[in-house]
Design a protein around this ligand. Structure first.
Ligand code: ADP
Ligand code: MG
Length: 257
C-alpha cells in the first residue's frame, strides 16, 4: 500500500498579541491510500489544527506534511475539506453550490456538470438541484457539502466533525452514506470527531489525542469484523462495546475541558 499522507513530527504554536498557544506537539502519523482514519480527542486538543495543516491552510511551526510523498506548501486540489457547517451560499441553487469548486477552478465543463448531477443523484438530491439551501434539512445540506467536496475528485478527504450539528438519526444515516461512498470511490479519509462511537464505526484506525498540547496518546486498529461493516451495523458487532470502553478510558482527560 502507498502512503497518502505523512504528518512528520509537526508542532504548531499560535501566537497572538495576548499569548502563545502550543496547539499540537510532535504529531507524527501516516495514512495509507484508501485508509479511513479518525482523530479523536476533546475540544481544543488541536484536531482542526492538524486538518488545516494537512490542507495547506496553515504551515506548521515545526515539521512537515507530505501528500503522496510531496511536501505540502499550500492548498491543493488533491485535498477536499468538509466541515461541521455546510457553508452553502444561500443565494445559489443546490446544483450551483455543489459545482462551485469546479467553477472556481475553471473546470466546470459539460462533462463535469454531468459528474455533479450524478453525485447529486447518488446522494438522493437530484430532484432538489434547483432548490436553495434554506429549503433543505440540515442532513440534506451536509449531503450537498459532500457532493461539493467530491465533485473536484480529491484524493484525500478531511472531515472536520461533519455530523456533529445533525440530529442522531440523520447522523447515523449520513455516516453510512459517507463510508459507502468513500469506499466505492477508494478515497483516503481523515475524520476528526469527539464522538468515540462514530470514530470506531467509521474507521480502519482510530488515533486518540491527548489535550493541551495535542499529542498522540494511542492508536487502535479496528478489528476486521467492525471495519468491514457499514457504521450502523458495525455498532452491533461483537467487540464494539469492549473497544468503546477501552477508548473511553484512554480518552480520559478532564471531563470539563
Ligand atoms: P480542536 O479542533 O481539537 O477543538 P483546535 O485545533 O481548534 O482544536 O485548537 C487547538 C488549540 O489552539 C486551542 O487551544 C485553540 O484555542 C488554539 N487555536 C486554534 N486556532 C487558533 C488561532 N487561529 N489563533 C490562536 N489560537 C488558536
Ligand atoms: Mg475543531
Amino acid at each position: 500500500m502507498n502512503t497518502a499522507v505523512t504528518v512528520n513530527d509537526v508542532t504548531q504554536v499560535y501566537v497572538t498579541e495576548q499569548r502563545a498557544t502550543l496547539a499540537i506537539q510532535h504529531m507524527h502519523f501516516a495514512i495509507q491510500q484508501g485508509e479511513f482514519v479518525s482523530l479523536i480527542g476533546p475540544s481544543g486538543c488541536g484536531k482542526t489544527t492538524v486538518l488545516s495543516i494537512i490542507a495547506g491552510l496553515i504551515s506548521p511551526t515545526v515539521g512537515t506534511v507530505s501528500i503522496a510523498g510531496e511536501q505540502v506548501s499550500g492548498p491543493s486540489t488533491r485535498v477536499g475539506y468538509m466541515l461541521q457547517q455546510d457553508y452553502l451560499f444561500p443565494w445559489r441553487t443546490i446544483f450551483d453550490n455543489a459545482a462551485i469548486g469546479l467553477e472556481l477552478q475553471g473546470l466546470l465543463t459539460e462533462t463535469k456538470k454531468q459528474v455533479v448531477l450524478h453525485l447529486l443523484e447518488e446522494m438522493g438530491l437530484l430532484s432538489f438541484k434547483d432548490y436553495y439551501p434554506a429549503q433543505l434539512s440540515g442532513g440534506m445540506r451536509q449531503r450537498v457539502a459532500l457532493v461539493r467536496t467530491l465533485a473536484t475528485d480529491p484524493e484525500i478527504l478531511l472531515l472536520d466533525e461533519p455530523f456533529s450539528a445533525l440530529d442522531y438519526q440523520t447522523k447515523l444515516q449520513l455516516e453510512d452514506l459517507v463510508v459507502e461512498t468513500l469506499r466505492a470511490k477508494k478515497k483516503t479519509a481523515l475524520l476528526v470527531t469527539h464522538d468515540i462511537s462514530e470514530a470506531i464505526a467509521m474507521s480502519d484506525r482510530v488515533i486518540v489525542l491527548e489535550p493541551k498540547p495535542g499529542r498522540i496518546r494511542q492508536e487502535f486498529i479496528i478489528p476486521e469484523e467492525i471495519r468491514t461493516a457499514l457504521p450502523f451495523t458495525a455498532r452491533e458487532k461483537l467487540g464494539f462495546h469492549t473497544l468503546f470502553r477501552t477508548i473511553w478510558q484512554e480518552f480520559g482527560g478532564d471531563p470539563h475541558e
